[in-house]
Design a protein around this ligand. Sequence first.
Ligand SMILES: NC(=O)c1ccc[n+]([C@@H]2O[C@H](COP(=O)([O-])OP(=O)(O)OC[C@H]3O[C@@H](n4cnc5c(N)ncnc54)[C@H](O)[C@@H]3O)[C@@H](O)[C@H]2O)c1
Length: 353
Amino acid sequence: MKLLITGGAGFVGSSLALSLKNNYPHYEIYVLDNLKRKGSELNVARLSKAGIHFVHGDIRNKEDFDAIPPVDALIEASAEPSVLAGLNGTPDYLINTNLFGTVNCLNFALKSKANVLFLSTSRVYPIKAIETLNFEESDTRFVLTDQQPIPGVSSKGIAENFPLDGARSLYGTTKLASELIIQEYNEFYGLKTVINRCGVITGPWQMGKADQGVMVLWVAKHYFEQQLAYIGYGGTGKQTRDMLHIADLYRLIDWELHHIDEVNGEILNAGGGVESSASLQELTRICQEVTGRTIPINPVTENRAADIRLYITDNTKVTNRTGWKPELGIREIVTDITAWLDENRAALEPILK
Ligand SMILES: NC(=O)c1ccc[n+]([C@@H]2O[C@H](COP(=O)([O-])OP(=O)(O)OC[C@H]3O[C@@H](n4cnc5c(N)ncnc54)[C@H](O)[C@@H]3O)[C@@H](O)[C@H]2O)c1
């Protein structure tokens, strides 16, 4: 099998590329990345050492795909992945990459007759709708209740039939727009596709920063003894997310890659679920226990743009369709990230401190 992973020097792309190469050494894997994300340059040597072909290119330029031979499957994992991107009034890079760039990927896949696995996001679900959900406030977090004003949500989390009307951030919109185009290519051009709407994905080799990759940011700030802030929702750190270990995502992508006919045309929510969820406050406690360090965390009462109180993935559909469910929880994630920081301290300090 020949594969192309766009954004393949990024956190998700490089992790998937390396795991696939490890499990299927005879696969020929190409990654295309423009190295826009700080830290992604560290992955180039790791990829090359594993025998993966790195192509320094930009999905915004369709000519950059000329360096890649026809492939059997394309995993689209390139993006400007920050929910804050473009909100300052300059959305060009975001839209040109996440939407027009995705179209270039789809056209390359069409020419190659390649199947497409698309990394979408829970951010396709509209912000105001999520913010009006019924929740309870426990001592340490916000919790979804079963009685809800809209369909597609319960105490298990948010499902694929959650209504899509309303603003969702420009990031979420570029992803949803890409999803719509993917569905047209699937229906009218016969492209085989699967869309995974992921919540927070995390693990070693994520170059966490304030606007994207919160889990690594949180662990790294503890590790390097810096400071953090609980921003919004009263400044108590009760906002809650589920988090999916990259190793769990890998198992899903591996399955889909090899069973595309069973998920062709599907949209699947995939995330850590209730079992692998935490509020910031709970995450702080685990970081303190695992790193042995306690840092100052300042409360900021004002909400951040495009933020949401809580998001939990309802994995019911993806589990029914594929048998997949996440296995690793928050503590394992924090432990793995801490071990990675230990092993790569010198290289990571300038990026994550
Ligand atoms: N990490 C998460 O929590 C999360 C959650 C849901 C969905 N996703 C999606 O998963 C995918 C991977 O995200 P990630 O967390 O690995 O982010 P990342 O920033 O680590 O990786 C994205 C990669 O794309 C590259 N890139 C950016 N613009 C490019 C362009 N124009 N041409 C070529 N390469 C370009 C970057 O250099 C980077 O290496 C994205 O599509 C993202 O939207 C991520």
